[in-house]
Ligand binder design. Structure first.
Ligand code: GLA
Length: 401
């Protein structure tokens, strides 16, 4: 599906040409897993797969979105937003409510939506849908001179306007929609990178201050995404359980969050901690340090060190945080045995979903072929494997005739 096909679909559906395009990407996380809700550090990058809406503002408060992925249309009024209709529509409804609660005056729109971020694979199709919809509201309100998005720091193909509404605020409101309306208790990472990603860069985010730094992707290596195609069982309840275990750990250390616990403090209290809580804390404390080390390695183009840190992160998520799966472990083990692979790890929440492999460019095709060949023997499943590149965060622009 390219943009002109999507525009044609809009014309067919709504009988006129759309006037704006709004989009937001999915993500992979290079390192820093299960640290965001502990006020810690993360290092994701936006990928070259996104959710796009083409649309036209309306003069009333109705929102009509047709999803090409689901071949379904949803319609709701901004004056009365309910958690109703198809599940994919809850992201749009949720961000509309969050924007309005924050005091923004929204305009309705008609849009056709399409996404090529794989759904429910751990690449943040939900965050991409939320941010793309916020961009569609921004585009609509912009045409009505009510709400504009400040987009100045980004390397984006979309038009840039001045306003008090920042991309950081967009990310926070999207997270609020996901937490309060959709009902998923995620941290800020996915929405933040979908909003603020940049071409050729990963983004180091301090999830406490929401300060961030663009980190150039080192030359010479490819990130392969390997979708295990295994269902993500228990993801929601186990995720919440991990959060609770971390909160329990922070209380035992008498700290606001695990972000504040040093290695020395951890070692002093370690023998007294319940084993599970001790393991969760150890992961978070060391993973935060690995993010800082990974940023340092990337800045000097040290792919070997970056790969080692990624592999250590995977081992910690597998053994201490216990959020990996046999499929994710199989991908990582197969990849790490191959020539040219610097490191590999699961990415995102875990319990299924995707792994990423950092591999020298010249070996990427062979490594992808090897995983495609070996993985089914270990798991009985066929993986989806593709390279991804660091891409621009959310944005919107006008469509001219
Ligand atoms: C999911 C959540 C994020 C983060 C990761 C784990 O992707 O949405 O907020 O917690 O899991 O790092």
């Amino acid at each position: 599906m390219n943009i002109s096909q999507q525009i044609d679909a809009f014309k067919q559906h709504f009988g006129a040409a759309p006037t704006f395009v709004a989009r937001a990407p999915g993500r992979v996380n290079l390192i820093g897993e299960h640290t965001d809700y502990n006020d810690g550090f993360v290092l994701p990058m936006a990928i070259d797969r996104d959710v796009t809406l083409v649309g036209t503002p309306r003069s009333d408060a109705q929102v009509r979105i047709h999803s090409l992925n689901f071949n379904q249309t949803t319609e709701f009024s901004l004056a009365d937003i309910q958690k109703a209709g198809p599940e994919w529509s809850h992201y749009g409804r949720g961000v509309a409510l969050a924007l309005q609660k924050a005091g923004y005056h929204l305009t309705g729109f008609d849009a056709v939506m399409y996404g090529n971020v794989p759904i429910a694979s751990g690449l943040s199709s939900s965050a991409a849908t939320e941010l793309a919809t916020i961009m569609a509201f921004s585009a609509s309100a912009d045409e009505n001179e009510k709400l504009k998005i400040e987009n100045a720091e980004k390397n984006s193909a979309f038009s840039i306007l001045n306003s008090k509404f920042s991309l950081v605020e967009a990310a926070k409101l999207a997270q609020q929609a996901e937490n309060q309306f959709v009902g998923v208790n995620c941290g800020i990472m996915d929405q933040f990178i979908s909003a603020l990603g940049a071409v050729g860069h990963a983004l180091m985010i301090d999830c406490r201050s929401l300060g961030y730094e663009l980190v150039p992707m080192p030359q010479g290596a490819t990130i392969l995404v390997v979708d295990t195609t295994a269902p993500r069982t228990l993801a929601g309840s186990a995720y919440n359980q991990r959060r609770a275990e971390c909160e329990a750990g922070a209380i035992l250390f008498n700290k606001a969050s695990l972000r504040d616990v040093t290695m020395t403090e951890f070692k002093a209290l370690q023998p007294k901690l319940p084993t599970i809580v001790m393991h969760r804390c150890a992961h978070v404390i060391m993973e935060n340090q690995r993010v800082l080390d990974a940023v340092a390695a990337m800045k000097v183009g040290d792919l070997e060190q970056l790969g080692i840190l990624m592999s250590q992160s995977h081992e910690s998520l597998r053994d201490l945080y216990e959020v990996s799966s046999k499929e994710l472990d199989a991908v990582v083990d197969i990849a790490r045995a191959e020539v040219g692979v610097y490191g590999a790890r699961m990415t995102g929440a875990g319990f299924g979903g995707c792994a990423i492999v950092l591999v020298a460019n010249e070996h990427a095709a062979a490594v992808a072929a090897k995983i495609a060949d070996e993985y089914p023997h270990h798991t009985g499943r066929t993986p989806n494997i593709y390279p991804c590149v660091a891409s621009a965060g959310a944005g919107f622009g006008k469509l001219s005739e």
